[in-house]
Design a protein around this ligand. Structure first.
Ligand SMILES: [Zn+2]
Length: 667
């Protein structure tokens, strides 16, 4: 199922096996379809929802409070196409004409709504939410009602949503479920109250945010001790043991963000498990939904920190338009990296940002960050540009401004735009105020346009009276480029010497004096600037191959890996990936050859060795050559590398042969 989704690839960490997870502000998910602005703003919803898990049915009556910008005789919304509108009424209780076509819902009024005058229309509808069939994102379940647990995520359009879904609103909710189920949603809650056949929960969310997510099911609720915020972890029986590790991690993340961005005005956070057929995580005000696969030991720090960051960068302050989306997803991605830096140290942070950089370069040229609306929010391109390049740009901004001014900007953003939306322009102004310099050059280059430098340099050494002088030239191809660039000279038997160069245009000269003999010159040693290097290029090509493999576009993936192998025939990982795909395609001879090539290559990363032995063993088992298979499993054991449980698996295979019916590992 996940393999079919072109979604956020978590190739962070091990890059193995490939795991898909998504975190979306999916609001904009279907905005592409909407050609014109809706000419009204939604300000409030009142939900009266009943869930019938045994039949997957949802019945709802939703009051929509809105303010027209012009005199309007029709209102356009989106609604999950599995839901059917029974009736709609206008402000005076008059019946409205309803037209439903796919995701589009149009309500026509006999008496136009006057501009500027708040009005409420009410829509009654019901339908079966059992699969992803009516979802605005093909193949992805964003709303589900069922006995295993129900979730109605805002991006699913489970209620009528207008425009790009970026209007902030308040909400009152009444949710009825069968006895024994717990309902989790945004805001102050009361209930459950028995209603005869089941129970009803009530929620009130008075701030302008996005309180449009409801989760219900049989949960074990564990309160986590936290200073200032009440955290409750809601888990299903099978994951119940994760309550304390996730509760205490959530507490640490909240405390770190509060110290950097300012304290959240709301004091509740529910962390709720939902099923695996959906996004990796989603963040609504005070409610964090994580797919079951997000609960791991040790905890998935990146995922949890990313989702919690959305409590600030979405729920508290949101992007004004889809083109400002990096202030939501890029900010959450970078916030998670900042938490990792604080909690796990510099090396972990550098690894994290390295993955972000590779992600950013994978589809950097697809669109400038400021044109994000051109990209489909669930595509790898969107992920690359908005999540990863967005995070990289914030990383560069922090470096250009300095950490103090950068954090000041984020605090100003959280304080001055509390419960409001912000444009990229307004964000730039905040940064210019705290950084005390114009940043037009920075935003024009990194946000408003595409293009990534590739640095080249040459240098010569001269003797001086007191030591040595390195005289060099730095080059890259982008004409509009302007950035400070660090230059580090490694010297014999002494500490390296650092210089910072203000580079404007395609070339810059540098001179660095050193006390001892210079050995090596490294450009941008801290990797602060989004740029291409020969090594980065290979990783980017590999990441593209991985995305294609993930999307089950196997032949395209193989040719992508082969283009890596053309220049780097020793790349074990590329051989391994090809072998893995050929294995899936049951092309055992060619697959065997690829795994053998992987073993004869550079054996980077290390786990390629043990897993190649395992895979070769599996091939021999499949074709019935048990002795040769056993031999390979023994070799696997000798590596002593238990990455992803490789040794445990080898021991299992030594007892029982691999069989394709019972084992889909690596799939
Ligand atoms: Zn996110």
């Amino acid at each position: 199922m996940e393999g079919r989704l072109k979604v956020r690839l978590l190739i962070r960490k091990l890059m193995f096996p490939l795991v898909a997870a998504v975190c979306v502000f999916g609001l904009a998910a279907t905005a592409l379809a909407q050609e014109t602005a809706p000419l009204f703003h939604v300000t409030h919803y009142s939900f009266d929802v009943t869930l019938y898990p045994s039949t997957h049915m949802l019945a709802a009556k939703v009051g929509i409070g809105l303010v027209p910008e012009a005199n309007l005789s029709s209102l356009a919304f989106r609604l999950d196409s599995a839901l059917h509108v029974k009736s709609a009424t206008g402000p005076q209780g008059e019946t409205l004409q309803v037209e439903q076509q796919g995701l589009d819902l149009t309500l026509s009024l006999l008496n136009p709504l006057p501009a500027g005058q708040p009005a409420t229309v009410t829509v009654e509808y019901s339908g079966e939410l059992a699969s992803s069939d009516g979802s605005p994102v093909e193949g992805l379940k964003l709303a589900y009602v069922g006995p295993e647990g129900s979730y109605l995520l805002y991006p699913s359009d489970w209620f009528p949503v207008a425009g790009d879904g970026l209007d902030r609103f308040s909400a009152t909710m009444q949710v009825s479920v069968p006895q024994g189920e717990t309902v989790i949603a945004s805001g102050d809650t009361s209930g459950p109250v028995s209603n005869g056949s089941g129970v009803t929960y009530t929620f009130q969310y008075n701030r302008d945010s996005f309180p449009g997510t409801i989760i219900a099911g049989q949960y074990i609720a564990s309160p986590a001790a936290a200073s200032g915020v009440n955290i409750t972890v809601y888990l299903k029986q099978s994951e119940a043991s994760y309550a304390s590790s996730y509760g205490s991690l959530a507490e640490k993340v909240l405390a770190f963000y509060a110290s950097k961005f300012g304290v959240l005005p709301t004091q509740q956070l529910s962390l709720v498990e939902i099923d695996n057929d959906t996004v990796g995580g989603y963040s609504a005000p005070g409610v964090l939904a994580l797919a079951a696969r997000g609960f791991t030991d040790p905890p998935d720090v990146d995922l949890l920190a990313h989702e919690i960051a959305h409590q600030w960068w979405r729920c508290l302050v949101s992007p004004a338009t889809p083109n400002d989306a990096f202030l939501d997803e890029g900010m959450a991605t970078y916030s998670a990296a900042l938490f990792i830096q604080d909690a796990e140290g510099e090396t972990a942070f550098e690894n994290q940002m390295r993955q972000v950089e590779i992600g950013a370069l994978t589809h950097e040229s697809a669109a400038p960050i400021a044109d994000a609306a051109r990209l489909h929010p669930f595509s790898p391109e969107y992920e690359s540009v908005v999540f990863d390049k967005g995070a990289m740009v914030l990383h560069m901004l922090r470096w250009v401004m300095g950490s103090a001014a950068f954090y000041q900007t984020l605090q100003d953003m959280a304080r001055q735009y509390t419960w409001k939306s912000i444009t990229t322009n307004q964000f730039q102004k905040l940064a210019e105020v705290s950084g005390k310099e114009s940043l037009t050059y920075f935003f024009a280059q990194w946000v408003d346009s595409t293009g990534v430098p590739q640095f080249k340099h040459d240098w010569a050494i001269y003797r001086t009276q007191h030591g040595y002088q390195v005289v060099g030239k730095l080059q890259q191809d982008l004409d509009i480029f302007r950035m400070p660039v660090d230059i580090r000279v490694y010297v014999q038997g002494s500490r390296p010497v650092n210089e910072r160069l203000e580079m404007i245009g395609t070339t810059a000269d540098f001179t660095v004096n050193t006390p001892r003999r210079p050995m090596q010159v490294v450009i941008d040693p801290g990797s602060y600037i989004l740029s291409y290097t020969p090594k980065t290029k290979i990783e980017v090509e590999m990441a593209r191959g991985d995305q294609l493999a993930q999307a089950q576009e196997y032949f395209a993936a193989i040719s992508q890996y082969q283009s890596v192998l053309k220049d780097n025939p020793n790349d074990s990982l590329a051989h391994y990936r090809v072998g893995d795909i050929l294995f899936k395609l049951h092309n055992y001879n060619a697959s065997l050859e690829s795994f053998q090539d992987a073993l004869n290559g550079n054996l980077q990363p290390r786990w390629v060795e043990v897993w190649s032995y395992l895979k070769i063993g599996e091939i021999f088992d499949v074709i019935g050559q048990r002795d040769r298979a056993l031999n390979e499993y023994q070799r696997a054991l000798h590596t002593n590398d238990n990455t992803q449980g490789a040794l445990d698996l080898a021991n299992r295979y030594l007892k029982n042969p691999y069989s394709q019916q019972t084992n889909q590992l690596g799939a």
